[in-house]
Design a protein around this ligand. Structure first.
Ligand code: HPA
Length: 281
């Protein structure tokens, strides 16, 4: 797969999936590190391993299962990606966003993205859930965006609006679902770095200064492509570790995966609450 992706590749993959899936999805769900379990509640699932899907980028990171699951969840037709790829794995940003492009061609109009993230806001604790109300596209500002290159006019405009990247109504559904289940839902700004090294204390002080509440290595390229394609987006971060602002603690991937698993039940309840409200408003 080349760095640049054309509509022909996207449609080749979409057509393959159409031949394997019994129906078209309306909601796309991307599950981040340690959060893959959420796909297990999908009813009458049809699964397709990433390795069988032409052009599909394959994750090399532990904690990502590597398959698509189509089925029904809370009355919605959902397509769940158990895992994602990241820029630091060596993929281009266009490749990172490829699954979102395919979802768009399959008919997905609502994209829900989840991730594990480090707390930058000092009030956040590991195990917290954060509703992403906005993001800082730091790597995008430096040129790393899936929209670089010839614009795919069939998918969206050359200069897409980003004034409301995270859909207000979907955010409200998430707040209602959290309230209903007595879950404390934090809110804030997610910032995407290229990774894979975690941040230095000075990096983290900088990120806090420029307005970030949580930091991770994913999500923003996918959301950029989704908004380009006119999808409505909801984003949820599972806070896996505290920012190490003074250099006194160490962050590890194992810690991130463990926290992800801890967050699964609450993340599931919120996702299901949002889907229910979407299906039966
Ligand atoms: N930094 C960057 N990405 C992350 C972190 C972090 O602390 N935790 C989980 N993903």
């Amino acid at each position: 797969m080349s760095e640049w992706i054309g509509l022909d590749q996207i449609d080749e993959t979409a057509e393959f999936l159409c031949s394997r899936l019994p129906f078209r999805p309306f909601v796309g769900l991307i599950l981040g590190s340690g959060l893959g379990e959420i796909a297990e509640s999908v009813l009458e699932p049809t699964t397709v391993p990433f390795r069988e899907i032409p052009n599909w980028p394959r994750s090399t990171v532990e904690g990502h299962k590597g398959q698509l699951v189509l089925g029904e969840l809370e009355g919605q037709r959902v397509l769940v990606s158990q895992g994602r790829v990241h820029y630091y794995e060596g993929y281009s940003m266009a490749q990172v966003a490829f699954p979102v492009r395919v979802m768009q061609r399959l008919g997905v109009r609502v994209l829900i993205v989840t991730n594990a993230a480090g707390a930058v806001n000092p009030e956040f604790e590991p195990g917290d859930l954060m509703l992403i109300t906005d993001h800082i596209n730091l790597v995008g500002m430096a040129g790393l965006t899936p929209l670089r290159g010839a614009n795919l006019d069939e998918l969206g405009p050359r200069f897409p609006d980003m004034s409301q990247a995270y859909d207000r109504e979907l955010c409200e559904f998430a707040r209602q679902a959290a309230l209903e289940h007595g879950i404390r839902l934090r809110e804030g700004v997610y910032i995407c770095l290229a990774g894979p090294s975690f941040e230095t204390p000075a990096d983290l002080r900088f990120l806090r200064l420029i307005g970030a509440d949580a930091v991770g290595m994913s999500t923003v390229p996918e959301v950029t492509a989704a908004r380009h394609g006119g999808m409505r987006v909801l984003g949820l971060s599972g806070i896996s570790n505290k920012a190490n602002l003074d250099g006194s603690t160490v962050t590890t991937h194992e810690e991130v995966l463990r926290a992800g698993q801890m967050i699964v039940p609450q993340m599931s309840r919120i996702l299901r609450g949002v889907l229910r409200r979407l299906a039966f408003p």
